[in-house]
Design a protein around this ligand. Structure first.
Ligand SMILES: [Zn+2]
Length: 361
């Protein structure tokens, strides 16, 4: 595995000549057969989505971001605090953020929204949002469509950010990529060609809840030993705080680790080791062209990512080498990805919804 640093070039709109059956054949998650092998050297084909302006919304626990995006480029954006007084207030805020931008871009026909979940993608519901008050079984797609008169595509927030990296960021020259975002928690997304892999029920890509240590620390999902409970920013802070006997933030732990303090370094190395294990497991399952690491911990840089790479290489010894890259788009990834899933739905309506299970036989 090589940790790819800045300075690489990508080839956009390259032909997909070596993919039998074309992109849709490989991408459809309803197809339960084995996907065609995409050679690592084959660059992603990004011409199948026509260039169009769409609106991207990123619903976060503290902030609602909105942007008009064309071909991965943010043309105009805005942000406002996320109301914590229930779904109606959140909806009103999303609608006003959208109207403000749509007034100046009346040609926009579709809107994508990245939301924390769990979600019901088929029914367009936010089932529950842990950091937003009053978001239970919220019919966000239907209500936004009714209020704005636009097609609305709901997407998981980590999938949206990862899709932005896959199409326009760190993985833009990959045909397939796996995104892992490591901040307070750990999320992820799986991408093949132009598609987000949702799985049968929309839960694909919840990599943070893969069990890496049976009987390990309790995770927010109720299970023990999840990747998130072992290697997220919160887990690193918890582990180091325990060994120091005083409460430390994730940033403080990294600062101490950089300064060579053994206990802080041990917490960082243990977390990096588990993340390497998680990536190695994903490599064996998906054999992607590469990984993209996003979220707050990716911003620590080589000090952290190099340790992850070494661990991943060790756990995947004997398997094909794969690149691990740092996310490039930062906080804008959420709106860019949300806008991109809407653009994809507009240009490839026949592939929607991807969440249907096993209907093609
Ligand atoms: Zn969990």
């Amino acid at each position: 595995m090589t940790l790819h640093k800045e300075g690489w070039q990508s080839t956009l709109c390259a032909p997909r000549s070596n993919v039998p059956g074309g992109a849709a054949r490989v991408l459809d998650s309803r197809d339960r057969g084995l996907p065609a092998r995409i050679p690592r050297s084959e660059p992603a084909a990004t011409c199948t989505i026509a260039s169009m302006k769409t609106l991207g919304l990123d619903l976060g626990g503290t902030k609602i971001a909105a942007a008009i995006v064309e071909d991965g480029v943010v043309l105009e954006h805005s942000a406002r605090p996320t109301p914590q007084s229930g779904f109606e207030a959140v909806l009103a805020s999303l609608v006003s953020a959208s109207r403000e931008l749509l007034a100046r871009h009346p040609e926009v026909r579709a809107l994508g929204i990245g939301s924390p979940g769990p979600l019901d993608l088929q029914r367009g519901l936010v089932l529950f949002a842990p950091n937003i008050a009053g978001m239970t079984d919220a019919p966000i797609r239907e209500r936004l469509e009714a209020a704005l008169g636009l097609r609305v595509v709901l997407e998981n927030d980590a999938n949206a950010a990862g899709y932005a990296e896959h199409r326009y960021g760190a993985a833009r020259d990959f045909s397939s990529s796996v995104f892992v975002t490591i901040s307070t928690g750990i999320g992820g997304g799986l991408f093949v060609g132009d598609a987000v892999i949702h799985g049968a029920t929309g839960a694909a890509g919840e990599v943070g809840h893969m069990t890496l240590l049976p009987g390990g620390p309790l995770c927010g999902c109720g299970h023990h030993g999840c990747w998130e409970a072992l290697a997220s920013g919160r887990a690193i802070a918890r582990e180091a705080s325990f060994s120091y006997g005083t409460a430390l933030s994730t940033q403080e732990v990294f600062a101490r680790a950089r300064a060579g303090e053994a206990r802080a370094l041990a917490a960082v190395e243990r977390a990096a080791d588990f993340t390497g294990l998680g990536l190695a497991n994903l490599l064996k399952l998906f054999d992607p062209d590469g990984f993209v690491i996003g979220g707050g911990l990716s911003q620590v840089g080589a000090f952290y990512l190099e340790r992850v790479r070494v661990a991943a290489e060790r756990y995947a010894q004997g398997f094909p080498s794969v690149e691990i890259r740092r996310a490039l788009l930062g906080a804008a990834a959420g709106v860019i990805g949300a806008a991109a899933v809407a653009a994809r739905a507009e240009t490839q309506p026949e592939t929607q919804p991807e969440t249907q299970a096993g209907s093609s036989g």
